[in-house]
Design a protein around this ligand. Structure first.
Ligand code: ZN
Length: 176
């Protein structure tokens, strides 16, 4: 076991700490002894994690688009063209098996970015329109509310009058 944080330095003055404040590291030494193994494991984990993580970070549409013709996912490929680096997504079916399997479907990442932007913009406009429509409806019904309330009141009065009439008729019949 390793124990540290037995004392603290506060503005140049060292202060001894209570046992409860010490930091205890159980199993600290066995870990140190097997450090070379630990490092090998870490290296292995890093090597395993790199392709997946790297792919996701670099290629934002990886695993998101499918080929309409053959249903294969589109795989990202890096192309250098006119000294510019471009990411292109290619049908995996075509890429793996050639023309006999599927056509050479490909799309540039910028094209997808533009499509996503456009879709987001269209949705924003649509949502703003819907909101405006709802506000107008709300306003219209708010304006009509007093009229409708008055109508309800009038009908309630009528109901009351009819009930009184019914009562009178019943009483008259009982009298006979
Ligand atoms: Zn395809």
């Amino acid at each position: 076991m390793l124990i540290n944080h037995r004392s603290e330095t506060n503005s140049g003055k060292a202060k001894r700490l209570e046992q409860a404040e010490w930091y205890r590291h159980e199993n600290f030494f066995p870990v140190v002894i097997e450090r070379d193994i630990w490092e090998k494991v870490q290296q292995k984990l890093k090597a395993q994690a790199r392709p997946a993580n790297g792919n996701k970070a670099k290629h934002r549409y990886a695993g998101l688009i499918l080929c309409k013709e053959c249903g294969s996912p589109f795989v990202p490929m890096i192309r250098y063209w006119n000294g510019k680096r471009r990411v292109e997504y290619v049908c995996k079916g075509y890429h793996r098996n050639g023309k006999s399997y599927c056509s050479s479907h490909r799309v540039h990442e910028e094209v997808l970015d533009a499509a996503v932007q456009e879709f987001a913009q269209t949705m924003r406009v649509k949502m703003a329109e819907k909101q405006k429509e709802l506000k107008q409806k709300q306003k219209m019904w708010a304006l009509r509310k007093p009229v409708l309330d008055a109508h309800i009141l009038l009908l309630q009065e009528k109901v009351l009058k009819f009930e009184q009439e019914i009562d009178e008729i019943v009483m008259e019949k009982l009298r006979i």
